[in-house]
Design a binder for this molecule. Structure first.
Ligand code: FAD
Length: 388
C-alpha cells in the first residue's frame, strides 16, 4: 500500500531511500535483532549514498540540505521496516560542532564526518543518578594545563562501540558555584579512539530491542584542551540548541513506524479470512486502524510544520516538542493496533511486527519522555507554573 508518498516533500529522496532499504529486508533486521548486532552494512550503504551527511553544509563536504530532507530520509527508513536508530545521531549531533565549534574544529571534523571516515554517533548526556534532570549530572572535567581530566559515568550512551567520536556533557564548575544548576556544564568532542582502555571503558547494555546502548566509564580520562566546544560552562545551552532538530527527526522515525504498522494492518485485515470474510470487514478491526491512521496523519503535519519553521530559522520549540509527542503516541497506537489485527501472528518473529513494536516503544521515553514534553508545553507554551 502506498501512503501518498508522491505528494510529500522530498519525493525523490524518499524513492531512492526506499530502493536502498529494499536491499535490507526483514530477514536482515531479524538476524541482527537475535544477535543484538550492529547493522554495519546498512549504515555503510547510507553513508556511501551520502544520506547521513545531508545536514552538513556543502563547504564542509556535506549536501547542505535542510531538516525536511533529513526527516524524509529517516521517516522512509522506518516506513520500509528498517531502523535508523543505528545511525540517526550521525545526522544531527554534528550540529553542536557546526553551531558552536571554532573554524579549526569545523575544518578538522566536519569533512571527515561527511565523508564517513569519522563516525560521530555517540552522545553522552544521561547518567545513572541524574536521568531527566540534566543539571544534576556528576561527571566532571577538570582543566590541568593543556588537558582536561574527566571522571564519572554515563548510561544509555547509544552506539558508543560504533563511533569514533563522542559529544560529551560534563561539569567544569561545581554545581553550588553556578547561579542555576545547569550553569558550569561544558561540551567536549572526545576522540574515543585515543582514550579507549586509557581512562575510557565502554560496556554494552542488553535491552528489549537491538539498540547498541552502553554504559561508559571515565576514570581520569585525559583529553586535549581543544576538545572543548565553545565557551566553558555554556554547554547546556549548546545541547538545548540541538534538541529541536533531534525531536523533529525522532518524530519522523515514529511517523515512518506508524506508516509501516498501518500498511501491515491494512494488508492483513484485507487478506485474512475468518468466518468466511476478511477480518477487515468487521468495524471492530477497521476502526482502530482508521483511528491510528488519522492520528499519525495529524502528527505528520506537525512534523512538517516544525521542519519548515526550523529551516526558516524561526523558534520551533513548541512544534518540535508536540511533533515528538504526537508522533510517538501515534506510532504506539499503530503498533498496538497492528499486533491486535494480526492476532497470534503478531507475536511471530517472522512477521517483524513484534520487533518493530519493541523498537517503536522507545520513543515515549527517549530521547525525552512524554511527561517532560507535556511539562514543556504546560510551562513554556501555556504559561503554567513550573512543576519541578
Ligand atoms: C535505549 C535507550 C537509548 C538511549 N540513548 C541515549 C543516548 O544516546 N544518550 C543519552 O544521553 N541518553 C540516552 N538515553 C537516555 C534517555 O534520554 C533517558 O532514558 C530519558 O531521558 C529518561 O531519563 P531516565 O531514564 O533517567 O528517566 P528518569 O529521569 O529517571 O524518569 C523516570 C520516569 O519518571 C518521569 N519523570 C521524571 N521526572 C518527572 C517530572 N518532573 N514530571 C513528570 N514525570 C517525571 C519520566 O518521564 C520517566 O517516565 C537512552 C535511553 C534508552 C532507553
Amino acid at each position: 500500500m502506498t501512503l501518498s508518498d508522491a505528494a510529500l516533500p522530498h519525493a525523490e529522496i524518499r524513492e531512492e531511500v526506499k530502493k536502498l532499504c529494499a536491499r535490507f529486508p526483514g530477514e536482515y533486521w531479524r538476524k541482527l535483532d537475535t544477535a543484538r548486532a550492529y547493522p554495519s552494512e546498512f549504515v555503510a550503504a547510507l553513508t556511501e549514498a551520502g544520506y547521513l551527511s545531508v545536514l552538513i553544509p556543502e563547504e564542509y563536504g556535506g549536501a547542505g540540505l535542510g531538516l525536511g530532507a533529513a526527516s524524509a530520509i529517516l521517516e522512509t527508513i522506518h516506513a520500509e521496516g528498517a531502523n535508523g536508530a543505528a545511525c540517526h545521531a550521525q545526522m544531527y549531533t554534528m550540529g553542536t560542532v557546526l553551531r558552536h565549534g571554532t573554524e579549526a574544529q569545523k575544518r578538522r571534523y566536519l569533512p571527515e564526518i561527511a565523508a564517513g571516515r569519522l563516525r560521530l554517533q555517540a552522545f553522552g548526556v544521561t547518567e545513572p543518578t541524574s536521568g531527566t534532570d540534566t543539571g544534576a549530572l556528576r561527571t566532571t572535567a577538570r582543566r590541568e594545563g593543556d588537558r582536561y581530566i574527566v571522571n564519572g559515568q554515563k548510561v544509555w550512551t547509544s552506539r558508543a562501540e560504533h563511533s569514533d567520536l563522542m559529544l560529551l556533557l560534563a561539569r567544569t564548575q561545581k554545581r553550588e558555584e553556578g547561579r542555576k544548576k545547569t550553569d558550569g556544564l561544558s561540551v567536549f568532542l572526545v576522540d574515543m579512539r585515543e582514550v579507549l582502555g586509557r581512562g575510557l571503558t565502554i560496556r554494552p547494555i542488553r535491552t528489549m530491542m537491538n539498540h547498541n546502548s552502553c554504559e561508559v566509564f571515565f576514570d581520569n580520562m585525559e583529553i586535549p584542551a581543544d576538545s572543548l566546544i565553545g565557551v566553558e560552562g555554556k554547554g547546556f545551552r549548546y545541547i538545548l540548541d540541538g534538541m529541536n532538530a533531534e525531536r523533529l527527526l525522532i518524530a519522523s522515525e515514529s511517523i515512518g513506524d506508524a506508516k509501516w504498522f498501518t500498511a501491515r494492518s491494512v494488508a492483513y485485515a484485507n487478506e485474512r479470512r475468518v468466518f468466511d470474510r476478511p477480518i477487515g470487514q468487521n468495524q471492530g478491526v477497521q476502526f482502530p486502524i482508521a483511528r491510528a491512521y488519522a492520528q499519525w496523519r495529524a502528527a505528520e503535519l506537525m512534523v512538517h510544520r516544525g521542519c519548515e519553521k526550523f529551516e526558516a530559522g524561526l523558534p520551533c520549540g513548541e512544534e518540535a516538542n508536540m511533533a515528538k509527542l504526537l508522533a510517538a503516541d501515534a506510532a504506539w497506537a499503530a503498533a498496538e493496533t497492528c499486533v491486535q489485527t494480526h492476532g497470534g501472528f503478531g507475536f511471530a518473529e517472522e512477521y517483524d511486527i513484534e520487533r518493530k513494536f519493541r523498537e517503536t516503544r522507545l520513543y515515549q521515553v527517549a530521547p525525552i519522555s512524554t511527561n517532560l514534553i507535556l511539562s514543556y508545553i504546560a510551562e513554556h507554551v501555556l504559561g503554567l507554573p513550573r512543576s519541578y
